[in-house]
Design a binder for this molecule. Structure first.
Ligand SMILES: Nc1ncnc2c1ncn2[C@@H]1O[C@H](COP(=O)(O)OP(=O)(O)OP(=O)(O)O)[C@@H](O)[C@H]1O
Length: 375
């Protein structure tokens, strides 16, 4: 960790009321100009949970967050925080603070004054304010910059100050709206780990909006994958990665190879699908009936590449090796089949690819790898 890393939080910032951070959204909808930005959304967030709202631009993540924060009011449904229905309660009366994408620091106030602002507003005694500001700045290791102005800070430093300014108010729930999007990749990865550690130590409920699936996977206890104003799937990072409930989730989380085809057989334990380049037998089943159009999803890391054409058996296709590139600790292998289907494999660095570019290869996967979805 760097010398600017986040330190253990002071005891007075640690959540002490176990139920205060529980958030329940029941049938919540938001209508903007005849379009439902969020529709009939049910979501229960446990106190102390780190939950991410994940999805592409326009899926309703920010609107959901803003309704929890009280910046927007639902057109339908109810939001409860810590057992209290929020109704039309304004943001400053909710046990919630928000860290915005832009950090929204006051440019004309020093770092210390920015952090103190909410406490002054809440009429906390002056002597306590100084202590709490020092504690909060200490937590994000920014004490030495207390007298700086926001314009004199780097993006990462501004991000830490925004965090301190939100946490100093001891919210039961912290809302974070893409707070790392302005940081470069390396700093973002460091901050992800620090933020998760801090959240665990504080026990504060964190609701984190992101369109970056790796970020959500790294930090979250659970991920709610949103699509068109609804939650398409909610679960632990492992659940949404290993058992995506739809082709949409399968494609949004991690990389996938998608094959389109027709179901030739299905029972409770296995599904057979005929695709352009061969047959797929999937032991993980799928909600599909024989004769139906289906989409098969196979993760690149499930695919092995061997020299020569594929034998006439399921879960193996013949392809031409197009490229092999090193990406960090693995090799990304791109192949293309006779039907024009791109098949990507991801193999650990050190595993030899037994063919040259342009050679005929077999891409093969085990029967428990494919997921099958209705087309
Ligand atoms: N104030 C508004 N007035 C009208 N439409 C809005 C308003 N805010 C959001 N919308 C619309 O509601 C939908 C959901 O927007 P929202 O900002 O919640 O999505 P998002 O998933 O957070 O996207 P992004 O990642 O781009 O912020 C979009 O279609 C958007 O255009």
């Amino acid at each position: 960790m760097t010398d600017t890393a986040i330190a253990a939080p002071p005891a007075d910032l640690v959540a002490d009321d176990p139920g205060a951070g529980r958030v329940v959204l029941a049938g919540v909808s938001k209508l903007y100009a005849k379009n439902w930005a969020v529709k009939s959304l049910d979501l229960e967030i446990a106190a102390g949970e780190f939950i991410s709202l994940l999805g592409p631009s326009g899926c309703g993540k920010t609107t959901t967050l803003r309704m929890i924060g009280g910046f927007e009011l639902p057109d339908e449904g109810e939001i409860t925080i810590g057992g209290t229905a929020m109704g039309t309660t304004p943001p400053y009366r909710r046990p919630v603070n928000t860290v915005f994408q832009s950090y929204a620091l006051f440019p004309h106030m020093s770092v210390a004054k920015n952090v103190a602002y909410g406490l002054k507003y809440a009429k906390v005694p002056k002597a306590d304010i100084a202590d709490r500001v020092a504690d909060a700045l200490g937590m994000v290791r920014m004490q030495h910059l207390a007298s700086r102005m926001p314009a004199q800070l780097s993006g990462g430093q501004q991000q830490r100050i925004a965090l301190a300014r939100a946490l100093v108010n001891r919210p039961a729930v912290l809302l974070l709206d893409e707070p790392m999007s302005a940081l470069d990749r390396k700093l973002r990865e460091e901050m992800q780990i620090e933020l998760k550690l801090l959240q665990q130590q504080l026990g504060t409920t964190f609701v984190f909006v992101t369109h970056d699936q790796e970020e959500a996977m790294t930090m979250s206890d659970r991920i709610a994958v949103m699509n068109g104003g609804r939650i398409e799937q909610i679960g632990s990072p492992a659940e949404v990665y290993d058992r995506p409930s739809s082709a949409y989730v399968a494609g949004f989380i991690g990389q996938q190879n998608f094959f389109e085809g027709t179901v030739t057989g299905a029972d409770s334990t296995a599904v057979a699908v005929q695709v352009a380049d061969g047959a797929v037998h999937a032991t993980r089943g799928g909600d599909v009936a024989p004769g139906a159009a289906a989409v098969v999803a196979v993760r690149p890391e499930s695919i092995a590449v061997a020299d020569g054409p594929a034998p006439d058996e399921p879960n193996a296709v013949t392809a031409t090796l197009m490229s092999v590139s090193r990406l960090g600790s693995y090799l990304q292998v791109v192949t293309i089949t006779a039907s024009g289907q791109k098949v990507m494999a991801r193999v650990p660095w050190g595993v030899e690819i037994p063919a040259t570019i342009g050679a005929t290869v077999t891409c093969r996967w085990p029967a428990d790898a494919p997921m099958v979805y209705p087309a």
